[in-house]
Design a protein around this ligand. Structure first.
Ligand code: PLP
Length: 399
């Protein structure tokens, strides 16, 4: 189809929920994607932190092909072997005892909110259902996840929101203490705020929150939808902070590109879910679970990919810092952990994203002025050098 016609048909048939760049991506391998006109792009967006092993990783492709030939979908009325295998892998490599599978990050958070409420209402008191979340957070677009999201701009127009949520500044334990009551059932946080502009807490914050939760019988829910699966250099980001949550949500990188989410919990809390209390038709189906098993096995094998993530994360931040030295009027701060890296600008980042796209490099801007780099964990030094070269050329031309 001619490019103009594709754009026309897209706007005729698809709801207008995305501001899209005028590029049709058709093929991907590793760090690269190619558009319909054959142009090559280096991908530092990686499907917004989804393509954790790069595009069409051979092991994931083979796992999907094999599973597609055997069994694509069956209901959760029956036992599903790849689902059990995946749950076992996740439990063996995390704090959790049990897993619930779903299809996205928002759904994983809905499940976490429901589990926390069910557990606390049954075990503590019927009024114990309030959740404290952070300002500037992002937890997804379904109604309860949207209510947990501490950014009004995503909520406007969808009121009334779900009752029972309070928001406090991120990285401020005293603020939590001030609003917590006997009816607080959970504190829900991203270990590092991703969509909110790659905001890292102080090293002691999550430890303090964990202690506060322990002292007051409050559950700690960590949303690792963006930070999980090795993104920050450890398999899960909570490992950096020396704590474990009671409930954790993951999605994005979990399936190496296929849509899958999961909510993990300790046994005591997980047992609040019984048959018929929560469910989803597609959650944990054979195809996506087979993809996720191969993704996790590849990430964890020999620790090579996590090691690469740490080394490349350091290199990327060093190179961005150098750039900051060159352009102090444009770049305010470089921050991040592993390969979740943000560069805060003193101006809007949109035109810079567009200029990079023209030069064949895909990057993302979040929170208006934070360029976010979330490449596949297989990114190499030469890819980072190319990114820096392109950014340098774009910055040189800025007024
Ligand atoms: N939680 C976090 C931390 C996220 O970054 C996102 C998406 O960006 C979500 C939840 C929502 O995930 P999904 O878009 O898969 O529903």
């Amino acid at each position: 189809m001619e490019i103009k016609k594709i754009f026309e048909e897209s706007s005729r048939y698809i709801m207008n929920t995305y501001n899209r760049f005028p590029v049709i991506l058709r093929k991907g391998r590793g760090m690269k994607v190619w558009s319909s006109d054959g142009k090559e792009y280096l991908d530092f967006v990686g499907g917004v932190a989804v393509n954790i092993l790069g595009h069409c990783h051979p092991r994931v492709v083979v796992a999907i092909q094999k599973q597609a030939q055997r069994l694509i979908h069956v209901s959760n009325y029956y036992y599903i072997e790849p689902q059990i295998e995946l749950a076992k892998l996740l439990v063996e490599h995390s704090f959790a005892d049990k897993v619930f599978f779903c299809n996205s990050g928002a759904e994983a958070n809905e499940a976490a909110i429901k589990l926390a409420r069910k557990y606390s209402k049954e075990q503590i008191s019927p009024e114990c259902f309030e959740i404290i979340a952070a300002k500037n957070s992002f937890h997804g677009r379904t109604l309860a996840a949207l209510t947990a999201t501490g950014q009004e701009r995503f909520q406007t127009g969808f009121e009334p929101l779900v009752p029972g949520f309070k928001h406090v500044p991120f990285n401020d334990t005293d603020a939590i203490r001030k609003v917590a009551t006997k009816n607080t059932c959970a504190i829900m946080l991203e270990p590092i705020q991703g969509e909110g502009g790659v905001k890292l807490p102080d090293q002691t914050y999550l430890k303090e929150v964990r202690e506060l939760c322990n002292e007051n019988n409050i559950l700690l829910i960590l949303d690792e939808v963006q930070t999980g699966m090795g993104r920050t250099g450890t398999f899960f980001a909570y490992e950096h902070f020396g704590i474990t949550p009671d409930i954790m949500t993951i999605a994005k990188g979990l399936g190496g590109g296929v849509p899958i989410g999961a909510m993990l919990a300790i046994d005591k809390v997980a047992s609040a879910f019984q048959p018929s209390t929560h469910a989803t038709t597609f959650g944990g189906n054979p195809l996506v679970c087979a993809a996720a098993v191969s993704t996790i096995e590849t990430i964890l094998e020999d620790g090579l990919i996590l090691d690469q993530c740490n080394r490349m994360g350091i290199y990327l931040r060093e190179r961005l810092e150098q750039l900051k030295g060159e352009f102090p009027g444009i770049i305010a701060e470089v921050r991040g952990k592993g390969l979740l890296v943000g560069m805060e600008l003193t101006r809007d980042g949109d035109s810079i994203v567009r200029a990079c796209l023209e030069k064949g490099v895909l990057i993302n801007c979040t929170a208006g002025n934070v360029l976010r780099f979330i490449p596949p964990l297989i990114v190499q030094q030469k890819d980072i050098d190319r990114l820096i070269d392109v950014l340098e050329r774009v910055f040189e031309k800025l007024p």
